[in-house]
Ligand binder design. Structure first.
Ligand code: ATP
Ligand code: MG
Length: 706
């Protein structure tokens, strides 16, 4: 890259690319020294065990953190106020230190455990490991973490890092959060769905438990909004950061952000002094492509490099690989989604590359379409990303956008998830938590009435709530499953139709990234291998065949290799199936089947119709396209489908919009089956579908049992 803009200050000699220097980081506070009155003895006050040498080494570093200096103020504020807000720059020690101060302060604050929520699993797990190290205890004992599918805590656990989703799940069995004396909602600026719901629930619990304390923390928060919501909660600001981060911007907008990111990573790798690189991209596919590209180029240039991907669908043990230091003389390059944006300290990261984009899920209640869109990040996110550098030494952040874009085009903060989501899962879990009056629930930002109505209407159709809006028995069973209500309804239906084992396998396959791999060099061979799984009924039953053959095979790795299945995704599907089967078993949901003689393929399809009868489409008059029943959208079967013909009616798992709107994971459904399983929607005498749909249904009526 050449610096062609004469108006900008030239970047420092070692800075790659046309970057402008925007600002230097704040004053270092390293000289603040240690506090004598906090001198620990030689034994842990918590365990009575002698402290290790490493404890004292880490303690020295902890005492230099900005939060350390403010520890008395933090304790005083939390002790004296039921809810309070703490804002401190990234890396100042909020996540790792504050819970330790509160626990050590004792009294009411230390009388129970302290929960610290994180929006992401990898963050909960890694900060717990760090805090266990700082306190000189074994991870899972006094300090632990709890994330979906992994509970590393014990009876002894006093500080528990957990995803916000896990705390929400705990509330289902312990609505007063009685285990905890303090609840810290960390990274509140992310405004995840779970955090927003926890806000509302906690407000109610605080009234019932005057001794409970709640602390909201973040580096980048619109403080007043939070203070207002928490009825004038006090605010403490922790000034200063540990190490400066120099920030650079590009002079022109980048056309291809993946190519630009790869370019900058390679240039840093070749030109900059040692230090690891953390680069943000938007999704799995992009990340894998960039990793391949960077690895190839690093190999050609002879730099010793270790390139590691990091995204949420990667199994936890692979996500963990980003933390250990690279071998001496090797530079680690981590390419991550925004799961690495908040909370994480990856020791050794000196350079951050930020293209300024992320993938955001958007839901349109009018069309019911949920789509993942690449969108600009917020200024708060940009600050968080830069904050991943400069944590253990001075750092640099390369923003692949211009200062004008930063100022004018990036929104100030992240748009809360609750106002861009399909709310049916939220409504069902709130109902299960005993919140019946959703209209008066104290949301910080109430979702639109239309989204709420759509969600209630959907749950009513699914039989999860009755006419009064109360959870039915089926609804209560559905709320136990950590999947969307369409799927949980399908599971509950399958429990009575004698095919739950098969349905769980299909749902597990639908819940993981695509299990069928199609490597570029062997696409034809892969297609041939996949054809062995094809069922004439379509994708759901083809997924079942693939899963069954895989799980019955003695040598799974070889099987995956030969049949072009992604071993990683298949393992994940096995794990999901196991978890869901555990819930079915523990709740005793499986019933004596009333349809023992029915074919399994019929029962499986009927179960899916119970959950997805609103996601069906019928062929149009020309016989070419399909019309969805719910909102009359024109759609087509996705080219990757196993379905080789065009049946009159199909049921689909989801729609995706690329060059046109496609249905993905599609199964043929005879019209009479729709009338039989969902007469409230499909009986030709009462249905409100269009004329052509009604005609087909009328013809099918004599064949149905209704
Ligand atoms: N795993 C680790 N290895 C080395 N140093 C660490 C580690 N975790 C934390 N630190 C040190 O502790 C400091 C404080 O980390 P902490 O996660 O508490 O900051 P924070 O204020 O929560 O930041 P953020 O707003 O980014 O979440 C880091 O800047 C770093 O110097
Ligand atoms: Mg933090």
């Amino acid at each position: 890259m050449r610096d062609t803009n004469s108006r900008s200050r030239s970047p420092p000699a070692q800075t790659p690319g046309p970057f402008q220097v925007k600002k230097k980081g704040g004053a270092a506070t390293a000289a603040s020294g240690c506090d004598v009155d906090a001198e620990p003895g030689d034994k842990s006050w918590l365990t009575g065990q002698p402290y290790s040498k490493r404890f004292f080494e880490i303690l020295k570093a902890r005492r230099r953190l900005p939060c350390w200096e403010m520890r008395k103020e933090v304790v005083k504020m939390v002790r004296e106020n039921q809810s309070s807000v703490l804002i401190g720059e990234t890396g100042s020690g909020k996540t790792t230190q504050v819970a330790q101060f509160l626990l050590a302060a004792g009294g009411d604050l230390g009388s129970g455990s302290i929960a610290v929520t994180q929006p992401r699993r990898v963050a909960a797990m890694s900060v717990a490991a760090r805090v266990a190290q700082e306190m000189d205890v074994e991870l899972g004992q006094e300090v632990g973490y709890n994330i979906r599918f992994e509970d590393v805590t014990s009876e002894k656990t006093r500080i528990k890092f957990m995803t916000d989703g896990m705390l929400l799940r705990e509330c289902q069995t312990d609505p007063l959060m009685s285990k905890y004396s303090v609840i810290i909602l960390d990274e509140a600026h992310e405004r995840t769905l779970a955090t927003d719901i926890l806000f509302g629930l906690l407000k109610e619990v605080l009234q019932k438990r005057p001794e409970l304390r709640c602390l909201v923390m973040s580096a980048t928060l619109e403080a007043e909004k939070f203070q207002d919501y928490w009825s004038g909660a006090p605010l403490l600001r922790v000034p200063g950061r540990m190490f400066p981060v120099e920030t650079f911007f590009t002079l022109r907008p980048e056309k291809d952000y993946v190519a630009a990111a790869v370019e900058v990573c390679c240039m840093i790798n070749q030109q900059e002094p040692p230090g690891d690189i953390l680069c943000f991209l938007c999704g799995e596919e992009e990340i894998e492509t960039a990793c391949f590209e960077i690895e190839t180029r690093a190999g050609e240039s002879g730099c010793s490099t270790m390139v590691l991907p990091l995204y949420s669908s990667l199994p936890m043990n692979q996500q963990r690989r980003v933390f250990p230091p690279a071998p001496e003389g090797t530079r680690k390059i981590i390419i991550a989604t925004n799961i690495a944006e908040t909370s994480l300290t990856i020791d050794g990261v000196v350079y951050v590359v930020d293209p300024g984009l992320f993938k955001q899920m958007l839901y349109n209640p009018r069309t019911h379409v949920e789509s993942l869109l690449v969108s600009p990040i917020s200024r708060a996110s940009a600050q968080q990303r830069a904050g991943r550098a400069g944590r253990t030494r001075p750092g640099k952040c390369f923003r692949l956008y211009t200062p004008e874009t930063f100022e004018k085009e990036l929104p100030e903060s992240t748009y809360p998830e609750i106002i861009r989501s399909n709310l049916s899962s939220v409504v069902i879990s709130l109902k299960k938590l005993g919140v019946d009056d959703l209209v008066h629930f104290d949301f910080m930002e109430p979702p639109s009435p239309e989204s709420m109505m759509r969600a209630l209407e959907m749950l009513h159709f699914l039989g999860a709530i009755d006419d009064e809006g109360d959870l039915t028995d089926a609804g209560k069973a559905m709320a136990d499953f950590p999947v969307d209500p369409h799927l949980s309804k399908t599971i509950v239906a399958a429990c009575s139709r004698g095919c739950v084992s098969e349905v769980l396998a299909i749902i597990a396959m639908l819940s993981v990234p695509p299990p069928f791999s199609r490597p570029r060099h062997a696409q034809k061979a892969a297609d041939r291998a996949h054809r062995n799984f094809a069922s004439g009924y379509g994708d759901h039953l083809s997924l079942l065949t693939a899963y069954s053959q895989y799980s019955n095979n003695g040598s799974k790795a070889d099987y995956c290799h030969e049949h072009f299945l992604s071993e990683r995704n298949m393992k994940q599907a096995e794990n999901v199936r196991r978890q869901l089967a555990g819930i079915v078993r523990s709740r005793g949901l499986e019933k004596e089947s009333t349809e023992k003689n029915g074919m399994i393929t019929t029962n499986v399809r009927k179960s899916f119709i119970e959950g997805f009868f609103m996601q069906c489409a019928h062929i149009d008059q020309g016989g070419k396209n399909y019309m969805t029943v719910r909102d009359q959208q024109m759609v087509a079967i996705h080219p990757s489908s196993f379905l080789q013909h065009k049946p009159e009616w199909v049921m689909y798992h989801e729609t995706v919009v690329t060059d046109r709107c496609y249905m993905r994971n599609v199964t043929a459904i005879p019209a009479e089956m729709l009338i039989e399983v969902a007469p409230q929607f499909y009986h030709p005498d009462t249905c409100k579908l269009n004329e052509q749909a009604q005609k087909i249904l009328q013809r099918a009526l004599p064949r149905s049992k209704r």
